[in-house]
Design a protein around this ligand. Structure first.
Ligand SMILES: [Zn+2]
Length: 332
């Protein structure tokens, strides 16, 4: 891929887009989501996105560690709320022992009742979280948007004791309550919602920061924006640039580095070297954290790097971030 074309005086870059980014960006729902500017809503959407992502993580762990016929006693990682509901550490350990020593052919009604109660608790927690996510999606997305923030997934449960059988696809099983389940229609099928996998990936890799910043530059004076690109420097070394933004008519090109930690001197040193090796007219360093000290400000001033700190801090607000960038581009 080459960024920079014949009609522009920007020197073409020898670069390669990272394939995972290419995959994400080629998805229609991602593009629609990106254009909705939700990633620039630092007041409501961003804090909630982080919350929903951690709920999704909890759900995944709970389902992975849900005790079942093949997965006895490996449920240390279920939702913390369930842990509390089971009476804290001592009762929890007793409970694990109960599952661990459970015999495959138990027929005691009391045991099945106990298992069902436990499973009901898990199901109702999953339900609660799933409903909260649903409300969140309705809050931000209209029906005509063609964007979804969530995806639905089915769980197959034992009709007798409500134990977990499988997620997504039915798998035949001998449940530890004694029920032998070989057809999906003999199960209880329940549907839940979680953050869709594209958004989940974005958040977990911290790529959403790059796409948020890229979106902001696109709304300012840059007409082309690309995230996650390897660019060849004069030294022959490839550098990963988080965001490249260009305004071809005005011959502007910006490289941006995005971090979710405080901006420190070593970050800046490395970023500056990469920019020098490739050659660029605007250098922007973005962070959701603070600037560590005066030293970083001095370095940035000397080498003409714009530092954007507290990017998603609702106290700071997107307007101020916008003004900082516009001021920097004007003064050049
Ligand atoms: Zn069962």
């Amino acid at each position: 891929m080459e960024i920079g074309n014949a009609s522009s005086h920007l020197k073409p870059l020898k670069c390669k887009k990272r394939s995972k980014r290419e995959n994400i960006e080629s998805k229609k729902d991602f593009q629609a989501f990106w254009k909705k500017d939700l990633l620039l809503d630092s007041k409501h959407f961003i804090p909630q996105l982080n919350q929903v992502s951690s709920w999704t993580e909890e759900m995944k762990k709970t389902i992975e560690n849900w005790p079942s016929a093949d997965n006895k006693g490996k449920f240390y990682q279920i939702m913390p709320r369930l842990f509390d509901m089971l009476g804290g550490k001592n009762d929890f350990e007793r409970f694990i022992n109960f599952f661990y020593h459970l015999d495959r052919d138990i027929d005691k009604d009391g045991d099945i009742e106990k298992i069902r109660k436990f499973n009901d608790m898990i199901i109702s927690e999953l339900d609660k979280v799933s409903c909260k996510m649903d409300d969140w999606e309705t809050q931000h997305i209209n029906r005509e948007d063609e964007v979804s923030l969530l995806e639905t997934f089915p769980l197959y449960l034992c009709p007798t004791c409500k134990s977990f059988i499988s997620e997504g696809q039915f798998v035949s099983t001998d449940c530890f309550c004694g029920e032998s389940i070989s057809r999906s229609r003999d199960t209880e099928k329940r549907s839940f919602k979680k953050l869709n996998s594209t958004l989940y990936d974005l958040v977990n890799h911290n790529w959403h920061l790059e796409y948020a910043f890229g979106r902001l530059l696109k709304k300012l004076s840059f007409d082309s924006v690309s995230c996650g690109v390897d660019v060849l420097g004069s030294s022959g070394i490839n550098h990963e640039i988080d965001v490249i933004a260009e305004d071809k008519s005005k011959e502007k090109r910006a490289f941006c580095e995005c971090k979710t930690e405080n901006i420190n001197y070593n970050h800046l040193l490395k970023f500056n070297q990469q920019c020098e090796d490739i050659g660029v007219n605007y250098k922007i360093f973005v962070s959701t954290g603070d600037i560590s000290s005066e030293r970083e400000r001095r370095f940035a001033n000397t080498y003409n790097i714009l530092l954007v700190d507290n990017f998603w801090n609702p106290e700071k607000g997107m307007e101020r971030v916008k003004n900082e960038i516009e001021g920097f581009i004007r003064t050049e």
